[in-house]
Design a protein around this ligand. Sequence first.
Ligand SMILES: Cc1cc2nc3c(=O)[nH]c(=O)nc-3n(C[C@H](O)[C@H](O)[C@H](O)COP(=O)(O)O)c2cc1C
Length: 528
Amino acid sequence: MRLLHQSEAEAKKLALVASRTENIVIITDPQGRIEWVNDAFTRVTEYTLQEVHGATPGSFLRGPETDQETVPYMRERLSKGEGFEVEVINYSKSGRKYWVQIKVQPIYEISGELTGFTAIESDVTERKRAEEELHLRDRAMGAAAEGIVISDPNQPDNPLVYVNDGFERLTGYSRQEILGRNCRFLQGRGTDPAALEHIRECIRERRECLVELLNYRKDGTPFWNRLSIAPLRDAKGRLTHFVGVQSDITARKLAEERLAAANAEILASNNRMKRELEAAAIVQQSLLPTLLPRMEGVEFAWLFKPSAELAGDQLNVMQLDDAQVALYLLDVSGHGVASSLMAVAANLLLSRKVDSPSPESDEPLGGPVPTVTSPADTAMLLNQQFPREKTAGQYLTLVFGMLNVKSGEFRYVAAGHPGPVVVRKDAPPSALEAPTALPIGLFPASYEERSVQLCRGDRIYLYTDGITEAMNASGDEFGVPRLLFQLSELQVLPLDQTLNALMESLEEWRCHECLRDDVSLVALEWKK
Ligand SMILES: Cc1cc2nc3c(=O)[nH]c(=O)nc-3n(C[C@H](O)[C@H](O)[C@H](O)COP(=O)(O)O)c2cc1C
C-alpha cells in the first residue's frame, strides 16, 4: 500500500514536469494518435488538446517545406515500434513555420506490449537560422575570387587555420598542404623586405595593414599580391585571429610598369624634340638681320617676338643698289615646325631674289630665281614658288616694300597682309591701303602694288597681325586705330626706341600674358 502511494506521488510529479516544461511533450497511442499534449505544445503549435486528440501529429503539423524524406523515415520507425530523433520543419495553426527537433521513444509494458509513444520536441528555429547564415557565409567565402585566409596568432608561428577556394585557385596549393603553416611560404626572390617589415609591425601591434608584394605560386610563377590583413577580436576585445585577403594584381602592376616605361620614353623623346626645336629656333633666328643696311638718308629698325620656340614670322631689310632698299615681313599660317620651315624657305627665297645671283651659286628651292624688279613681281614670283600642291594647305601673308632712298618713293605690295602704316612728321598717321587680299601659296595670282611719297622725317612701319589682334582681358583687340595713335604719340622718340615702346604698351594691353601669335615689326625713317 505504501509502495502504491509512493509510485502515485512520483507519477504526479512527473505529470507536473511534463505539463510545465518548455519542451513540447506529446503522448500517443501505439498507432501514433495523440492522447495527451502539454501546454508548450499549445503555445508553439497553437492547437489545443481537444482540437488534435486522436489525430497523428504529422497530419496537421506538416507543410510545403517539410522534408519529404524525413516523413517516411518517421513512419517506418513508428510502424516498427522504434524510437528516433529528427529535425524537421513544422507549421503552427496560423501557418508560422518553425524548425523542431523531435525525440520519440516507444513505451513498452513489462509484458512487451507497445502501449504508445512519447515525443519530446524543442523549437530549434534560431539555431537553424544561425547555421544557415554560417553556411551562406561559408559559401560566399568559397565563391569569392579573392583568396581569404584566417590565421591563429595564439598558436606558435601564427599558422593558417582556414583558407578558401579562392586562395587555392590563386596559389595552386591545396588546403591540406597549407593549413597549419605560416603564410610566408608564398614569398621568394624579389619579395620586398620593406613590405614584410610593415606586415611584421602591424601583426606585432595587432592592427590592419595593406601591402602589395611579390609572391610565388606552387609552380614557381610569380604574381603580385595585394594583401590586406585585419585582426579579429572576440566580444571582450581579445585578439583571436587575423584574416587576410589576397588579390592578384599582376595585370595592373604590369600595366603600370609598361605605362612608366612608355612615359619615360615619351619624356625622353619630348626632351629630344625640345632640344631639336631649340636648335631649330636658334638657326631660324640666325636668319634675322644682324647688320642693317647703312645708307645715307634712311634709318631702319626691327623687332621680333616669337610666341613659341619656332615662329611663323620672318623679316628682313636689304640694300638692293645705291638707291634702293627692300624690306619685308611675312607671316605663315599656324605655328610650329611646318610653319617655321615655310617661313624660313620663303625668307631664303626672298633674300636670294633681291641678292644679285652669281652664276656659280647653287639654285635655291624651286629652281632659278630672277632678281627683284618690283614688289608686285616679287609677290607673284614667290607665289609661283609655293604652289598649293607643295604647301600642304599652308600659306603665308607678305608685306614687301621698296624705298628709293634718293626720291623718297615707297612702293609696296601686301598679299593677304595688313598694309604698312605711314607716320607723317606733319600729318596724322594712316594705314596704307592693302589692295590684294589673296595670300601667297593658295592660288595663282597677280598682285597690285601701290606707292606713296615720303617727306623728310616720315616713318613707315610694317607689322604683323600679332599686334592688332592681341586681346586684352575683356577680349578687345588692340586694333589699327590704337596702333596709329601709339605710333604718332611715339614719334618724338628715335625710330628704334618706338618699337620697344610700342611693344611695352602692347604687353600692358595684354596684361603681360604669354603671346598667342608672333609679333614682328620693321620700320624705316626717311631723313633726306
Ligand atoms: C592572415 C595573414 C595572411 C597573410 N597572407 C600572406 C600572403 O598572402 N603572402 C605573404 O607573402 N605573406 C602573408 N602573410 C604574412 C606572413 O605570414 C608573415 O607575417 C610575414 O612574412 C612577416 O613575418 P615573418 O618575418 O615571420 O615572416 C600573412 C599573414 C597573416 C597574418
